[in-house]
Design a protein around this ligand. Structure first.
Ligand code: ATP
Ligand code: MG
Length: 139
């Protein structure tokens, strides 16, 4: 059964473009409640760990460099059917293929610099939330 939590990051490109506010607005207007949130900066080691599933992919080096290039906002969000519903809200990985009204359509500039992360399964949502947040940081 689908759980009601997902994990997201507002990526360095969107933070640099000063789009934290409008992106959080789209999330909360879509009915997601903030369970945990922090403004932080990944380094090459922590970004590499977070995206370790992509280690063998040709874009891994570029992805780690980009994700450690500036601060990010990390958050756990809650809504019914959170993972699937949030993937719909963010849109396709490549903004050229992202549907109208999605966060990536509005704010992503390329397949690499695509503004936001969203967990792809309940299992990964739990792992990714645990990567950033302790039990005392969830409300
Ligand atoms: P995310 O996991 O960040 O939510 P996603 O699930 O839509 O994105 P993944 O296949 O998990 O896409 O890829 C992880 C990230 O790696 C993408 O969001 C993007 O930043 C980067 N990426 C994916 N494919 C490419 C590519 N072909 N070239 C460059 N970067 C890529
Ligand atoms: Mg993914």
């Amino acid at each position: 059964m689908a759980t009601n939590r997902t994990f997201t990051m507002i990526k360095p490109d969107a933070v640099r473009a000063n789009n934290i506010g409008p992106i959080l607005s789209m999330m909360t207007e879509a009915g997601f409640r903030v369970v945990a949130m922090k403004y932080t900066h990944l380094n090459a080691d922590t970004a590499g760990d977070f995206y370790a599933v992509h280690k063998e992919r040709p874009f891994y080096g570029e992805l780690v460099e980009f994700m450690s290039s500036g601060p990010i906002v990390a958050a756990i969000l809650e809504k019914d059917n959170a993972v699937e519903s949030f993937r719909t809200l963010i849109g396709a990985t490549n903004p050229a293929e992202a549907a109208e009204g999605t966060i990536r359509k509005a704010f992503a500039t390329s397949i690499g610099e695509n503004a936001v992360h969203g967990s792809d399964s309940d299992e990964n949502a739990a792992i990714e939330g645990d990567f950033f947040f302790s039990r005392l940081e969830r409300f």
